[in-house]
Ligand binder design. Structure first.
Ligand SMILES: C[S@@+](CC[C@H](N)C(=O)[O-])C[C@H]1O[C@@H](n2cnc3c(N)ncnc32)[C@H](O)[C@@H]1O
Length: 259
């Protein structure tokens, strides 16, 4: 059974402790949103699991959000539907209740991702879209040189794409999601060309992997990045990224259709 923390958090992160500024730093990016919307097809009813503050819910559908953390539910804008307090692994809906389902930046936190995805499949008639990261690619980012712990943590947390596809069943397609230079959704790779942003503790707190890194390692990271930005070392190595319109990093979108 999925255990719950005091505010209801049901994954590997206590959002009562780190979720405070999530909605400010993790605003849905319209270009990423367009790919998710395309994956959902002509759905009229959409389930959003691990819905958090409601990113990527705006659209021409009736959305049913599911979110276990009270701290995250409290950040949902008033125009969105209130979230159902439940967990992915045990969805309180009958079979085939929704036209489509999605889960974004969430599956890596679930205690049992395979069980959760089987539940999404069970309650959904059409496409299930999963926005996640490929654990085999998360370390291919300059941040790994500055703070290996944070990306090693991510590589451990993200389930293998093959395991996600197997749990979803049916026909699964996986496509890379290009990350725009001015991405409004502040996950780590979103700052590939804006390294200064990662010196902001509030921006880091909105990426849960940082909560697993020891404070001394975070201090070493900020000192090293600050130094390399000041003396031009970062720009000599990676300065081209400041002008690169998109990064093809570890972000991927899985789309599963039932057989
Ligand atoms: C990084 S946030 C992503 C929120 C939102 N989907 C987004 O894209 O901004 C991860 C969310 O997954 C939720 N979560 C963690 N474990 C869960 C579980 N077992 N079932 C459902 N949601 C879960 C967390 O409470 C949190 O709101």
């Amino acid at each position: 059974m999925t255990s719950r923390m005091q505010d209801g958090s049901a994954g590997d992160v206590d959002y009562a402790a780190v979720g405070g500024g999530y909605g400010r730093h993790r605003r849905p990016d319209p270009r990423i949103g367009a790919l998710i919307h395309e994956a959902l097809g002509a759905a009229r009813t959409v389930l959003n699991v691990g819905a958090g503050a409601g990113s990527y819910e705006d659209g021409p559908w009736e959305v049913t959000p599911v979110e276990p953390s009270a701290a995250m539910r409290a950040q949902r804008p008033a125009h969105l539907a209130p979230a159902v307090d439940a967990v992915a692994e045990r969805l309180p809906f009958p079979d085939a209740s929704f036209d489509a389902a999605m889960t974004t930046f969430s599956v890596h936190q679930w205690p049992d991702p395979a069980a959760g995805l089987r539940e999404l499949r069970r309650v959904t008639r059409g496409p299930v879209a999963v926005l996640t990261c490929d654990p085999d690619r998360v370390r291919d980012f300059w941040l790994h040189r500055y703070c290996p712990d944070v990306l090693d943590t991510e590589a451990r947390r993200y389930p293998a794409l093959g395991d996600l596809a197997a749990a979803l069943g049916g026909t699964v397609t996986t496509a890379p999601v290009p990350i725009p230079l001015d991405c409004t959704d502040g996950f780590n790779e979103a700052y590939y060309g804006r390294p200064e942003r990662l010196l902001d503790p509030a921006a880091r707190q909105a990426c849960s992997a940082w909560s697993f890194v020891d404070p001394p390692a975070v201090d070493r990271f900020t000192a090293a990045l600050r130094r390399d930005l000041a003396d031009g070392t970062w720009d000599a190595r990676h300065g081209h990224l400041r002008h690169q319109p998109y990064l093809e990093g570890s972000l991927v979108l899985l789309r599963a259709l039932p057989d």
